[in-house]
Design a protein around this ligand. Structure first.
Ligand SMILES: [Zn+2]
Ligand SMILES: [Zn+2]
Length: 314
């Protein structure tokens, strides 16, 4: 099972992230109004009918602007902390309000959503990691500093929406008043390009297939500049910018790792998963599908204390 992900909008003008498997979907944040949310989903061939719940990261209006109408219209449960409800002065239909605890997952069908606290100037700000079977996708925006929690969860992600809010020099030289500059870079504001790049290059797992640079500042950043910065260090990870104006395409995040290379240095296209087991014992099962011997390579590797034998076709 894989995850389908898209950003419907990302930035201080509105945030809404859609994550789904074959059967169910959730939204992380609802910063676009209802009509715009529906319109952008429709352009991607998606719809609200598959959405089962909304998870709210914090109470800033770019994350909750469309929430009351969307939740009411589709009668969706809203996972939100009491502090965020209070801070956002939200009035939601009482029987739709749910809460969550950090590091404990909520199950929505086969999706598992785990929240963890982040550093941001809001009441009870949280980031989310969404999993299906063994695929993990993080939604990491509005972060003042890459804390231990973020580092730990980032290391598990097959894909991530990662904030790259500002370029240090552009912010320093820009027109913002001094107090606002300090709010942004003061440890409880937003992640700079440099901080995000440090996290990416230092903690990116080998199997991370997609990085969606998110919540870019309109005034203090440039999509071309940040994309260029990251692409130089991206290896086999596809890096894209989640736009402030429109939806991204839908990205398909697969279970097995890519990025391994054959002996001749060419990238390996994953062909077939043969076996995976929860123990640490070596296994040598035959491939489940016969492929010509010269096209078949077996790799063994350790990840999260689980030993797997996976076969790839070249
Ligand atoms: Zn925001
Ligand atoms: Zn915020």
């Amino acid at each position: 099972m894989a995850l389908y992900i898209t950003s419907l909008n990302s930035g201080s003008n509105g945030n809404c992230y859609y994550l789904a498997n074959e059967d169910d979907a959730i939204l992380v944040d609802a910063g676009l109004n209802c009509r715009e949310t529906e319109k952008r989903l429709a352009r991607l061939g998606l719809s609200m009918t598959k959405v089962r719940a909304i998870f709210i990261s914090h109470e800033h209006s770019d994350h909750i602007h469309g929430l009351p109408v969307i939740a009411r219209k589709y009668q969706l449960p809203v996972y939100i902390t009491p502090g965020t409800m209070h801070g956002g002065r939200l009035t939601l239909q009482e029987d739709l309000v749910r809460t969550f605890k950090a590091h404990e997952y909520i199950a929505i069908g086969e999706l598992r959503i785990t929240a963890f606290p982040k550093l941001h100037d809001a009441s009870e700000p949280h980031s989310f990691i969404v999993s299906c079977r063994e695929v993990n996708v993080g939604v990491f925006t509005d972060i003042g500093f890459p804390c231990e929690n973020l580092i730990r969860y980032f290391k598990l992600c097959h894909a991530a929406f990662l904030e790259a809010n500002y370029d240090d020099d552009m912010l320093e030289r820009g027109r913002y008043p001094y107090f606002l500059k300090n709010r942004i870079r003061g440890g409880k504001g937003h992640l700079s390009n440099k901080q995000a790049l440090g996290l990416f290059t230092g903690c990116k797992p080998s199997y991370m297939s997609h990085l969606l640079l998110s919540h870019l500042s309109r005034d203090n950043n440039s999509p071309d500049l940040v994309l260029d910065l990251f692409k130089r260090c991206a290896g086999d990870t596809e890096v894209v910018v989640a736009s402030r104006d429109r939806e991204t395409e839908v990205y398909y995040i697969k279970e097995v790792e890519s990025g391994l290379r054959a002996e001749d240095g060419n990238p390996i296209v994953i062909g077939l998963k043969v076996e995976s087991g929860p123990d640490n014992k070596e296994r040598t099962e035959a491939p489940a599908m016969i492929v010509p011997a010269q096209e078949q390579v077996q790799y063994r590797f350790f990840r999260e204390e689980t030993y797997r034998v996976i076969s790839y076709t070249l």
